[in-house]
Design a protein around this ligand. Structure first.
Ligand SMILES: *Cc1c(COP(=O)(O)O)cnc(C)c1O
Length: 363
């Protein structure tokens, strides 16, 4: 007996569509650089970039605002790089002057690596300012835009990003196990071949896919992930990338107003330093973070623990991807409000929900 299952026996993803999909990602990133796929979640694409670019003596400035940035520096160090870390205050974006200071003290800098926006702490790093500094030093710029793509403006060529890593599962609301990298000619030229064929070698991917005319992917292409990425891009393009970015900005603004109406301040008071993907708030004194999270979830909010050694613990309200909508923002604010009230903390849920709705009124 044969039984139909929607996830099984899928048609293979047509070979001539890989290059079309890569070209659509180029448009999304506003780049003329090559775009290659990595058939894995984005953390592996980042490790592949570090492995391919790293070499003994490479002088790196690694900007760290989350564990992801830390791993990237570690991988470059593993490959023999001389890695100088510039670490932000816990839960805060990097200060441009800290990067400037690091760049000015080093006689030579080959590569600067940074994360654009963080979901883990809800911050936005000052990418245009740092990109300008990096350009003036002539170093390669590697940007982890996994979270920010679709959530913030990201103009790869205008910013001069040499390697840009993206995933589809955050703001683009697509599949998790397929990621992509844009790679400039300079970055290709800086890469070293690995001693043996390697899934972490981007030069192998270049030789086996780009240099062969971008037909069928090397290895076993994951049809289900490619169909899903295509569907996600269809949806993003139908909405319009600028509208997707604007929807995230509005969700962030509405969330910030909503938490203020509940009587708490967003952790990052300057909206230009906050990511549009998640909003971090400090946990009120006398409340335990994980207990607050559990209660807020019980009331329908999507809340996660903040990360990093901040002075007060943080929780993050999620408004990424398809959740960057009024209904989800409202559910978060009402859930958080109900959780606060369950401790006897005064929080006016109806005023807060009015404030969220107000943020969605178009005039
Ligand atoms: C989610 C995320 C990653 C890792 O992506 P995965 O696909 O989950 O491996 C890397 N960097 C940033 C900034 C992220 O938000």
């Amino acid at each position: 007996m044969t039984t139909y299952h929607p996830l099984l026996d899928l048609p293979p993803f047509p070979a001539d569509r890989y290059s079309l999909l890569a070209d659509r990602l180029k448009t999304l990133l506003a780049t003329r650089n090559d775009v290659v796929f990595v058939q894995a979640e984005a953390i592996l694409a980042l490790e592949a970039a570090a492995t391919s670019l790293g070499r003994p003596g490479l002088v790196v400035v690694s900007i760290v605002t989350s564990p992801y940035g830390g791993y990237f520096g570690d991988w470059l160090r593993r490959a023999g790089g001389e890695v100088h870390t510039v670490q932000a205050e816990p839960g805060r974006p990097i200060a441009v002057r800290a990067v400037d200071a690091a760049l000015s003290t080093l006689p030579r800098v080959d590569l600067v690596a940074m994360v654009h926006a963080e979901t883990s702490s809800g911050i936005l790093n000052p990418l245009p300012e740092i990109a300008a500094l990096v350009r003036s030093r002539g170093a390669l710029l590697v940007v982890d835009a996994v979270a920010s793509v679709g959530g913030h403006a990201l103009d790869v060529d205008a910013l001069g990003i040499d390697v840009c890593a993206i995933g589809a599962q955050k703001a683009l609301a697509g599949p998790t196990a397929l990621s992509a990298l844009s790679i400039s000619p300079r970055a290709w030229a800086a890469m070293r071949p690995q001693p043996a064929p390697s899934s972490l070698s981007l030069l192998d991917l270049k030789a086996n896919w780009l240099d062969r005319g971008r037909g069928v992917l090397p290895g076993m292409p994951a049809a289900i992930e490619f169909w899903a990425l295509e569907a996600a891009l269809d949806r993003v393009e139908a909405e319009g990338l600028v509208n997707v970015v604007a929807r995230h900005a509005r969700a962030a603004e509405a969330t910030r107003s909503g938490v203020r109406a509940l009587g708490i301040e967003p952790w990052e008071t300057d909206p230009s330093r906050a990511s549009a993907l998640a909003t971090a708030v400090a946990v009120p004194a006398a409340v335990e973070a994980n207990d607050l999270i559990a209660r807020a979830r019980g009331f329908g909010a999507v809340v996660n623990p903040g990360f990093g050694k901040t002075a007060t613990p943080l929780i993050r309200l999620d408004h990424t991807g398809q959740r960057a909508r009024r209904a989800d923002v409202l559910a978060n604010i009402m859930g958080l409000g109900a959780a606060l009230r369950s401790y006897g903390i005064e929080a006016d849920i109806s005023v807060a929900s009015d404030v969220v709705s107000e943020a969605y009124v178009t005039r």
